[in-house]
Design a binder for this molecule. Structure first.
Ligand SMILES: Nc1ncnc2c1ncn2[C@@H]1O[C@H](COP(=O)(O)OP(=O)(O)OP(=O)(O)O)[C@@H](O)[C@H]1O
Length: 257
């Protein structure tokens, strides 16, 4: 089911540190409402930097990011935060926040000034907790949760934000294979436009409607997984020998060259 979704386009996006060489260069991609894009590439390729450009974390030095055709930098940070939820690997740490508090933080972009939480804020937070099956953990301290539970809480916070687009950086990091599959299944079921980085190419192929391959700051392919995930492209991007397995359309095994 498609809920609130948005289309995103990046056109020639280039970013690097002040006075430094660009880290990502000439990134053009298009994500339709309801698509799930997985960005894959080796360590240091620039995946997190591309995400930062897409969620208004940094302003591209060249090129433009558009949400439903509108320049992301022509809307304020608050509106951007209402429309785009970001799930990063950093977490609220050891501060004494309960799970409910953390999920409630997703409502901050919707709050009017320093007003108290509204009934809608409470209801949306409760719905996000229920959807992620976190009701029994609502009063637990966030820092006491397991990695998989924390990841679910951060996704619930994103959902409480009622965004049209969810951007995630390595949501399956540190999770065992069951929890990796669970998190990706859950994200699929949200019915939102999703852009995520993923290290596991086989998981990306199963999860994503579209894949973008990044190597040395440039896209080497962007499109349907069956078209983009070729042994040649993967071997070249990751500097390994990738071979396609007989099972499934795009299952790969890897070895050093
Ligand atoms: N603000 C910055 N200033 C200088 N260099 C930076 C900055 N941000 C990122 N880099 C460098 O740019 C390169 C790409 O970083 P980025 O985190 O985007 O890669 P990545 O593909 O997400 O890597 P990984 O898979 O290891 O998480 C790295 O070499 C990183 O050190």
């Amino acid at each position: 089911m498609l809920e609130k979704c948005v289309r995103l386009e990046a056109d020639g996006v280039t970013w690097g540190p002040h006075r430094g060489k660009p880290i990502v260069e000439d990134i053009s991609l298009s994500v339709k409402a309801g698509d799930r894009l997985a960005i894959i590439g080796p360590n240091g390729a620039g995946k997190s930097t591309v995400l930062r450009c897409l969620y208004r974390g940094v302003r591209p030095q060249r090129g433009m990011v558009r949400l439903d055709g509108i320049d992301l930098w022509s809307i304020g940070p608050r509106e951007a935060a209402r429309r785009i939820a970001v799930v990063l690997q950093e977490s609220p740490g050891d501060f004494p926040f309960s799970v409910r508090d953390v999920v409630m933080m997703g409502r901050i972009p919707h709050r009017k000034g320093m007003a108290r939480w509204s009934e809608e804020d409470h209801a949306t937070t409760a719905a996000a907790l229920a959807r992620l099956e976190l009701k029994d953990l609502a009063l637990r301290q966030f820092s006491s949760l397991s990695g998989g539970e924390k990841q679910r809480v951060l996704i619930a916070r994103a959902l409480a934000q009622e965004p049209e687009l969810i951007i995630l950086d390595e949501p399956t990091n540190h999770l065992d294979i069951r929890h990796q599959l669970e998190i990706l299944e859950l994200l699929k079921g949200l019915g939102r436009t999703i852009i995520t980085t993923l290290h596991d190419i086989n998981l990306a192929a199963d999860f994503a409607t579209h894949v973008a391959v990044l190597a040395s700051g440039r896209l080497t392919g962007h499109g349907l997984p069956t078209e983009i995930l070729t042994p040649e492209r993967i071997s070249s991007a990751f500097r390994v020998e990738a071979s396609r397995q007989e099972i499934g359309d795009h299952r790969f095994t890897f070895s050093l060259r």
